[in-house]
Design a protein around this ligand. Structure first.
Ligand code: S3P
Length: 436
């Protein structure tokens, strides 16, 4: 078990330098799962260094998939695909802190002729799983849970296709059902109410599956036929945009900042953060835009500016769901503040992120209004350092390290080790990038 730790973050004058991000977490999970059920070898470069993506690899190994990290290149993972038939795990599948692992992998184990138990840590054990249990049960799997929460016990079967309109906009659920659809008898149709990240669709195509997608209102519909087989790939995972968000928001605190971020994921379903930051005043230019295995990748040059602030609501709240904590954490320093609406999903993430942001901003002396589905944070405020808790949530730990850069005095962040869930090197890189 990880030992609890804390960091002290001192105020800064500027952020400057070039930062190469580890592989995107969402893409890494999907590549590892699909490489496991593909035929033939896959080589995944720049695989996420986060503990969550290691949880996915651990589960794939427990399901009989052979993989190894390349000697001397820890971020290269070589996977020998098992094909569509996995082996019954001898122990529970430990998803750690990773909701993505539990939700997406449940779509694969639901199609295997054995029973899997999926467990998670304390935080994951509080998170809602009904959203995958209901549709997977409709496809024929037998699933028991603790009142809709982990642990899950999934007895797989030969699944039937599903025609499903997701009540919640969730890319994890969409990917879960597309993965299940790959094994099912017939064609599945999954409809999402708002457009969410499409890495599942893109990765399925990369591994050779055929699927059809079309826009429906503000959302989309994806159809996939069962019985398709996947083949292994050699792919490089683009840099994690949600991890880059912390540095982008740091640059947004200091007009003199200059950052270069090469080989960053720029998938349009993820890049809304860049539009929003530019609308608020940050200067971002993109060079070397390219498409790699269906994912857009580019290099960013960023110049700090005074941020105006604004409102995040509706489809933007779904598109920015992982970046809202850090946007909210810097909101008091913007000119007009930031209002977040339609983001009640934040309450069921690794922590209740609305409550955690409100509490920590309050401790730093900020005025903040907490609402059921968001926050309103006035701008032009002066914050002071404080003793804060990460609530065991990686994004809260990192968001407040950024807020601390503009506060008066030092900020102590308890539970800072949680950053390793998505970005183990975060605090040391931040230290390298800040000028004091
Ligand atoms: C993810 C989808 C989002 C996001 C999570 C990763 C994914 O969750 O918050 O960090 O990779 O599909 P939801 O599907 O619950 O919205």
């Amino acid at each position: 078990m990880e030992v609890a730790s804390q960091v002290i973050v001192r105020p800064a004058r500027n952020v400057r330098g070039s930062v190469q991000l580890p592989g995107d977490k969402s893409v890494s999970h999907r590549y590892a799962m699909l490489a496991g059920i593909a035929e033939g070898p896959s080589r995944l470069e720049n695989y996420s260094t986060g503990a969550d993506c290691a949880s996915t690899l651990g589960c794939m190994r427990a399901l009989g998939v052979n993989w190894q990290r390349k000697d001397g290149e820890a971020n290269v993972v070589e996977v020998q695909g098992s094909g569509m038939s996995l082996s019954a795990p001898a122990t529970a599948l430990d998803c750690g802190n990773s909701g993505s692992t539990m939700r997406m992998l449940s779509g694969i184990v639901a199609a295997q002729p054995f029973t899997s138990e999926m467990i998670g840590d304390e935080s994951l054990s509080r998170r809602p799983m009904e959203r995958v249990i209901k549709p997977l049960s409709a496809m024929g799997a037998q699933i028991s849970s603790q009142h809709g929460k982990p642990p899950l016990r999934i007895t797989g079967t030969h699944l039937k296709a599903i025609d499903y309109e997701m009540p919640v906009a969730s890319a994890q659920v969409k990917s879960c059902l597309l993965f299940a659809g790959l094994f099912a008898e017939g064609e599945s149709r999954i409809q999402e109410p708002l457009r969410t990240r499409d890495h599942g669709e893109v990765a399925l195509r990369t591994f050779g599956a055929k699927l059809e997608r079309r826009s429906v209102g503000q959302g989309s519909e994806v159809r996939i036929r069962g019985g398709q087989r996947l083949r292994g790939v050699e792919a490089r995972v683009p840099g994690d945009l949600s991890s880059a968000a912390f540095f982008l928001c740091a640059a947004a605190l200091f007009p003199g900042s200059q950052l270069v971020i090469p080989h960053l994921l720029m998938n349009p379903t993820r890049a809304r953060l860049l539009d929003i930051l530019m609308q608020m005043g940050l200067k971002i230019s993109v060079t070397q835009l390219d498409e790699v295995h269906g994912e857009m990748v580019g290099s960013l040059q960023v110049e700090g500016a005074k941020l105006k602030g604004g409102t995040i609501a509706g489809a933007d709240s779904a598109a920015l769901i992982d970046e809202i904590p850090v946007l909210a954490a810097i909101a008091p320093y913007t000119e007009q503040g930031i209002e977040v609406r339609d983001a009640k999903e934040l309450r069921v993430k690794e922590s209740d992120r609305i409550a955690a942001v409100a509490k920590n901003l309050g401790l730093m002396g900020a005025e903040v209004e907490e609402r059921a589905d968001g926050l309103r944070i006035p701008g032009a405020q002066h914050l002071h350092g404080a003793e804060l808790d990460s609530y065991g949530d990686h994004r809260i730990a990192m968001a407040f390290a950024i807020a601390a850069l503009r506060a008066k005095g030092e900020t102590l962040i308890k539970g800072s080790e949680s950053a390793a869930i998505s970005y183990p090197a975060f605090f040391s890189i931040l230290e390298e990038m800040t000028e004091r």
